[in-house]
Write a protein that binds this ligand. Sequence first.
Ligand code: CMP
Length: 143
Amino acid sequence: MEKTFLMVKPDGVQRNLIGEIVNRFEKKGFKLVGAKLMKVSEDLAKNHYAEHKERPFFGELVDFITSGPVFAMVWEGEKVISTAREMMGKTNPLEAAPGTVRGDFGITVGKNVIHGSDSPESSEREIGLFFNESEITTYDKQD
Ligand code: CMP
């Protein structure tokens, strides 16, 4: 079954949006298989955002994601990677459709509430960066 990595960013945690965001993915029917409230270290941030390291805003990205607790999650379900991206909305919240997380709760591209893996490769990489195998559960007997 497909898995994706989602993270409520420091702005979303500070604005008490964890419950609202978890609720949307639970109600959709996806299964939460891993979750933790944590601070992102500078090393983890640089690794996570490695593909953006030549961008002018890389420093801001690292500063922001390490600025306060994040809520890191692993979600499972059919087509969860692309569907979660649709539910999150476009990266720039001002361009994100109403009804999406960013469309409903954000206005700035840096503080855009949530991160989600954009492909099976990034999902596997990001889950591996944030979670040990022992931190990911299964619902084998309840499916
Ligand atoms: P995310 O999906 O976490 O992955 C990369 C992040 O870069 C993206 O969300 C945005 O929050 C951030 N980002 C993209 N463009 C800009 C920009 N012009 N200035 C600051 N941050 C940006």
